[in-house]
Design a protein around this ligand. Sequence first.
Ligand code: HGY
Ligand code: MN
Ligand code: MN
Length: 430
Amino acid sequence: MALSSSPPARSSIGPTTRVLERLEALFSLGHPPHAHRLGLSEEEERAHHLVASWMRDAGLEVEVDPIGNLFGRRPGTRSDLAEVWVGSHLDTVPAGGRFDGALGVIAGLEAVLRLDHRTTDRAITVVAFRDEEGVRFGRSCLGSRALCGQLEPGELESADGNGVTVAAALDRQGRRPDEIPASGWLARNQPCCFVELHIEQGPVLAGRGATVGVVESIVGLLEHRVSFTGRSTHAGTTPMADRADALVAAAAFIARIDAKARAGGTVMTVGDLQVEPGVPNVVAGRAQLPVDSRGTDAKTLSELESFIETAASDSAGERGVRASVTRSLRVEPVVLDAGVNDTLVAVGAEHGDDVQSLSSGAGHDAGVLASAGVPTGMLFVRSLAGGLSHHPDEETDDEAIGDSITVLTTALERLAHDGRRTANAGPDQR
Ligand code: HGY
Ligand code: MN
Ligand code: MN
């Protein structure tokens, strides 16, 4: 049964009913007919409070860390052993879908509920990371990067389009930004492994007729801010040859970015453009835009960094304007943990699922945890609607959700038994 963007019809009480109801409850927090829970917004905060209440109802120990990441712990029998973490994020892009992020948190909670009274050696902790999308402050994975000590210098002082800084937004949510350690706090309770369940956001699993898959690698990403400064002059009396038109320079830059990405090997996106003064009868004095670039290896990312610098300076030079380029974030591509993923594949096979591997063109908190040395696996859930995502019509189906939670539940139980080491578990893994 494919879920459409209208509230999913629940023909009967089935194994995914509670999951769908909870996804619907989160969806309704953010201006239906789409999800709208921007990072560090009131809507994201309400989503965190709602999930925390479900965690408490499930008898989990609930904690919130200095940046606002939410943790719901199901204790194990051995408190000396490192925990298994499972989770994702609750924030969304503007006009997003039901499943991106939220499915991973709700599925993790559902898996813990399904374990019922079966004990495990290790604690299993459900995590909801803050502001994974990064759309408001221009850097993704804020919560997981803060935890892992990967905040950019001065990042808490960076401001959104209304001049509100990250620190001020955290302060409004009762956090103490001045107490956020730059080195992070992962070491205080380093998990033995992390599993993120996430909707695929692509057409591969549906194309293979599969409901679930494991993610072998996650793409690296670059986030830049580029601004062009020209001269605001009268649209009627300024001869074309005398103009320093920032918007035309930005347009030439965007065309260069598009041509570069179409040449292959990367995807690059300019998703916004701010023009000053932004009125029809004044030549634009200033134009600012973000560039989102993705690459599967570090060399590609470095090559893209220099391409963006050159394209900005060439586009500015042609129009007699100045360009400035700031790289706001670089997240390296990562290969996920073969041991954790093998557990997901083996459990899938036991349930009759052919869990194949694929790579992720989207960034995820799993990539940050993996880059911080946490053995990390990722379970993708089939997308429908051609893999549409970051859109209200993002879809999956009951069967895929059901299969993924079945696999996740057994895999978490297995990973939470001592001695189930992951492929990369170092000697210090407890
Ligand atoms: O943009 C991404 O890749 C992720 O959805 N934040
Ligand atoms: Mn996501
Ligand atoms: Mn997303």
